[in-house]
Design a protein around this ligand. Sequence first.
Ligand code: ZN
Length: 509
Amino acid sequence: MAPESAFEELLALLKRAHVLGTIGDLLGWDEQVNLPAGAAEQRAAQHAALAEVQHAAISEARMGELLVVLEGTEGPPGSAVGMDSGQAAIVKQARREYDRATKLPVAFVRAKAAQGSRGYHAWARAKAENDFAGYAPVLEKNLEFARREAAYLGQGENAYDYMLDKHDPGLTAAAVDRLFGELKRDLVPLMRAILASPVAARARGVGERLRGFPVEGQRHFLREVTERIGFDYARGRIDVSLHPFCSGTGSDVRMTTRYNPDQPLDALFGSIHETGHGLYEQGLPAAHVGTALSIHAGMAVHESQSRLWENQIARSRSFWRYFEPRWRAFFPVQMEGLSSDDLYLAVNAVEPTLVRVDADEVTYNLHIVLRFEMEKKLFSGELAVADLPVAWRQASRELLGLEPVNDREGVLQDVHWCDGSFGYFPSYCLGNMIAAQLWSRWRVLRPDLEADFSQGDFSWPLGWLRENIHAQGRRLSALELVRRATGEELSPRHLVAYLQERYGSIYLT
Ligand code: ZN
């Protein structure tokens, strides 16, 4: 069989699998936005039936045959013979998915899915009752499943690397270890200095005065902002859900937010965050939909997109120079007596918290360092599940200066481990590092960038991201993509420098 026709056939199979995936996205979105409470069972059955069809599509024997024909036919760079680098990336990604779908025994997949669902309920109960001991057997089992899964994929010796690579292709524990070690060294003293500043208390005070912001006004304002920064509402929408998220891709991107009249900045910044994810999905090349050239480069890069818009851009003075008059026009009564400086301070408030999802941009990364250190030790065997609560409290005290008095605000706070999603947490912090490194690069390429923001013009950053990140799909690993886009290896120094500059100018002058 000629490689050309094998490639065409492979594309057709991949596109079909992709379409099935988009149907799953839609079911999931609807479940969180619209589903009547009584329909949960019916939706679970729909998910299960679709998952079976999806699995069959990606593990079809024909897919395996085509991959064998195509592998090794990559031509030398620049040559007209054999596959080009884009086609090679498509084949490599298809192999990755095919192996994951075919190397795991069906009985294992079924047992793992059931364990994940049991795990969620066990976690929810344990958190409500502050009962880590009751939850520990679930974690033990999840670790065992993770190790077995890695072994089936030939990664038994490097199970944690395998887990990291699942979310961020190409990432290893050694790489994360080095990056987080450097970050921790520089971030801890900076955080302590900021928290000791008298300005920190003032920021809290201003935050407490932001009360009674009508939801309707919030909704209109955030729509204006997200549209202005480039979200295309002809190819997406925003709705309300309990936990904000962004799903879908290409011409149908679904974002959600949630409103609280007494925390008006939450819905706004949450929406800008999801818009960053949405812009990435809207910017993936439509011509290659369903293939590696049209999927994101991993969760760290995805998170970098949301963080850039949410933090570097939307928490800047220049951003608010443009949007503050609009904000005041929507909320004249609520903003009475609050100055521009007050608003800027509320937008950039820093306060240590035990709970990761409530953390500000300065302290957030240390929450992730803590989880990475726990995961690494769990996988190496250095830490036993039973010893997690004590290890967590100690690490929390060392890193954040706060010690949880119960496990609900400690080791039980996050959902991720209950279904075995180990290796996911690092993406959040790596995303922050990537965002800061892109930001630093921009300021070299376009020193007047913030003057554009003051005018309400965000076209330059979006255009640059479209070309250098979005258009690349998954051609490259996250680390390689960052290297090409910024001209240097990923380093935490840009994140530290950014935090130092922005927060230092507010808290340490
Ligand atoms: Zn995100």
